[in-house]
Design a protein. Structure first.
Length: 367
């Protein structure tokens, strides 16, 4: 399948890129700054430091990685990324910016990375699969250990002709359970990770037909699941409980469906919870691009309280650990925008902007 972003078709194969502890990403220790990783559709992965006092970005380094659409750090200076690079699928290891490992196989078009219990897992969009790699002592990845492939489809034939795994999240409070959103099949796949790190499929969490579940977030107490549906533009709200009759397998009940995309553009993207546990944010593309703002009620359901316009195609975004800023990667305008998060949850655009000449920023995560 050709995955479409706006009106631009991206024909994607897949590769996974691991950047070891990088000399070029040497840290500048500043109490008032945070370091971020920017993945792009282009030629590079970037690391910047954001100074909260001056609201300025300082370039700290970059590494060549073609179409590295999602990248993140393990918190110890090692960067892991998926790279959409044509029809070839593989995994690569980099140390100090130099390729050191041979090509490794993965599913087609990986679009998300989960690091968990010494493993790197990828959500393979076109492959409809989850690929699992061991992380070795030198922080590079080994050969693929196993892969789960899924079959399914949905009523939106242009986007749901087969399974499309989009994100992986660990269930709060129980690291043995992993959720995999399947945009193509309108399901969230419930997976179990054994003590031996063997990943198995358990059952499906149903989503409304044609919704296209994309990214997920949890309430602060871990009792609610919030899923942004790309195609319908809704946030799907599930309560989480344990089913004692089924060996305490987590049980999910859909309790609310609330519109997030104000114009039904079919391009909802990302979702994140503010550190206060009260405010939830979602991003929306293709028309009326922006960020929806929600307030979580006492029963875990949502009330929409605002909307902030952004530059074109806000894909992935992050909230700084102190809760002061929201940074969003706006792909088609080649910018990272920075919003001040106000006490009431509303967003105020700051003058701070990070601009790219040719690369298209697609993700921003904490380094």
């Amino acid at each position: 399948m050709k995955r479409t972003f706006g009106i631009i078709p991206w024909i994607c194969g897949a590769a996974v890129i691991v950047l070891g502890t990088l000399v070029l990403f040497s840290l500048l220790e500043k109490d008032n700054s945070i370091d971020v990783v920017v993945g792009t559709y282009g030629e590079n992965i970037y690391v910047y430091s954001f100074d909260a006092d001056t609201q300025e970005f300082l370039a700290k380094g970059k590494a060549h990685a073609e179409n590295a659409s999602y990248a993140l750090s393990d918190g110890n200076g090692n960067i892991y990324a998926v790279s959409e690079v044509g029809n070839a699928s593989g995994a690569y290891s980099f140390s100090s910016g130099n390729m050191t490992a041979e090509k490794r196989q993965t599913g087609a078009d990986p679009c998300f990375v989960l690091l968990h219990r010494g493993l790197m897992m990828t959500a393979d969009y076109s492959g409809g699969s989850v690929s699992v790699f061991p992380i070795k002592e030198d922080n590079s990845i080994g050969d693929i250990s196993h892969q789960l492939a899924f079959v399914g489809e949905g009523p939106v034939t242009s986007r749901q002709e087969s399974s499309h795994i989009h994100q992986l999240r660990v269930l709060p409070g129980d690291e043995d359970w992993i959720l995999a959103s399947d945009l193509g099949a309108d399901m969230i796949r419930l997976l179990h990770l054994s003590e031996e790190n063997e990943l198995t499929y358990v059952e499906d969490i149903l989503c409304p037909a044609g919704s296209g579940p994309r990214h997920m977030e949890f309430s602060k107490d871990g009792k609610m699941l919030y899923c942004i549906a790309e195609l319908s533009g809704d946030v799907l709200v599930y309560s989480i409980s344990n089913d004692a009759s089924k060996n305490d397998i987590p049980f999910f009940t859909l309790v609310q469906t609330i519109q997030a995309d104000e114009v039904n553009a079919g391009g909802s993207a990302d979702i994140h919870l503010h550190p206060d546990g009260i405010h939830l944010y979602t991003s929306h593309r293709l028309d009326n691009d922006g960020i929806s703002i929600f307030e979580i009620q006492s029963d875990g359901t949502l009330e929409k309280i605002g909307y902030a316009r952004t530059a074109r195609h806000p894909r992935n975004f992050m909230i700084t650990p102190d809760g002061d800023y929201l940074m969003v990667a706006c792909r088609d305008d080649r910018v990272i925008q920075v919003f001040q998060i106000n006490e009431d949850g509303s967003l105020t655009l700051t003058p701070s902007v990070l601009t790219f000449d040719t690369d298209l920023p697609s993700s921003i995560t904490l380094f």
